[in-house]
Design a protein around this ligand. Structure first.
Ligand code: KG4
Ligand code: ZN
Length: 343
């Protein structure tokens, strides 16, 4: 292994329905970032089909690695370490990235490191020009997770609250499906909500009337379904419902973020994961932060959703600290963020 603080790391993300590959240099930053989204493949089924996802990752990962090396103008010998997403996610999909990543590292005689997907998301804003300093509060909102985390350093995570049922992105996707907006529905629902009247409906803000930082979105989903079924289902009504739903999710997340900032006394708020691409959420969290004399950080749009860059970045930090895996590899479909070791 190359020593000290200079490393070029290949990152591989295959936990769900995007194959992401990137190359990160510890001093020069991101050298290459390529992505293949399987959205079209799963769209006709209305959701991710795990077996199809695994097969597609098998087809795409190696060609994307070649493409990333070419984009960076590098050869395999220039890679000093390999980072792959080991979990959480779909087991078959994870095993593709893990086995390719681990095999390449073995063949190239460089270390490999297993990266936690949510650590990738929460560190993604550090790829930007003005990265947040530690400590900060992170709101992680993706298709599979909704969490508020106190981040004291890399690998030092205290989960302050999380969803007891559906994740925020999952609620967006299921509601979008009800509104016949296809898959994945988050961005389509946000677009439809633009046309909606914010005053026509008011949906509940789940679990905001009691203390604590946990979330629950499944009741809101049912409330939305009942409202839709009792309505005339016109185009305008559907837009009004989309707007009321988005408003309720954004408001709920904002209330909990305000609480987390107040309770911890911290002044930096990071938002990451697919739903952090939502512009209404970003706007609302800016307002919350301003009132608390805090600042909001988020990744550029393409790094909100799954990507290889965040995995390459997180992996680089761990490899620089001398952390890596032995020859054994595997997927960890359920992997608790709090169990990660500090860097
Ligand atoms: O982080 P991500 O790419 O994958 C997971 O790790 O789950 O997040 C995907 C989720 C999906 O549920 C998608 O609908 C949601 O992020 N999403 C959005 C928006 N863009 C993506 N939800 C609301 N508004 C958006 N603009
Ligand atoms: Zn993700």
């Amino acid at each position: 292994m190359q020593d000290h603080d200079k490393m070029t790391v290949l990152g591989i993300e295959t936990s769900c329905d995007e194959t992401g590959v990137a190359i990160y240099h510890s001093q020069k930053g991101l050298l290459a970032d390529v992505l293949y989204s399987q959205v079209a493949l799963h769209a006709e089924y209305g959701g991710v089909v795990p077996e199809l996802a695994s097969r597609d990752h098998i087809r795409k990962t190696l060609p994307l690695i070649r493409q990333a090396l070419a984009e960076a103008g590098l050869a395999a010998e220039d890679i000093d370490g390999v980072a792959y997403t080991a979990g959480p996610g779909l087991m078959g999909a994870l095993l593709v990235g893990a086995s390719i990543g681990r095999s390449l590292a073995f063949g190239w005689s460089v270390p490999a490191v297993a990266v936690h997907h949510m650590e990738g998301h929460l560190l993604a804003p550090m790829l930007e020009a003005e990265p947040p300093e530690f400590p900060f509060i992170a709101l992680l909102v993706s298709g599979g997770h909704t969490m508020l985390v106190q981040v004291d350093g890399i690998g030092q995570y205290r989960v302050l609250g999380e969803s007891l049922d559906d994740a925020a992105g999952e609620a967006f996707d299921k509601t979008a499906k009800m509104l016949e907006l296809g898959y994945p529905g988050g961005p389509a629902l946000a677009r439809l909500a633009e046309q909606g009247d914010p005053h026509r409906y008011r949906f509940p803000r789940p679990m905001t009337d009691r203390p604590g930082l946990d979330f629950s979105f499944s009741g809101l989903k049912t409330f939305t379904l009942n409202t839709l079924q009792a309505s005339n289902k016109s185009e305008q009504t559907r837009a009004d419902i989309a707007r009321a739903f988005e408003e309720a999710v954004v408001d709920t997340l904002a209330i909990k973020c305000r609480r987390a900032l107040k309770e911890t006394g911290l002044s930096r708020l990071v938002i990451a994961g697919g739903v952090s691409a939502n512009s209404r959420l970003r706007q609302r969290l800016h307002d919350v932060a301003r009132k608390q004399q805090a600042r909001v950080y988020y990744p550029r749009l393409e790094f909100c959703t799954d990507n290889g860059a965040m995995i390459a970045f997180a992996g680089t930090q761990r490899l620089l600290a001398g952390q890596h895996q032995d020859l054994a590899f595997g997927g960890k479909p359920r992997w608790k963020l709090e169990t990660l070791s500090p860097v």
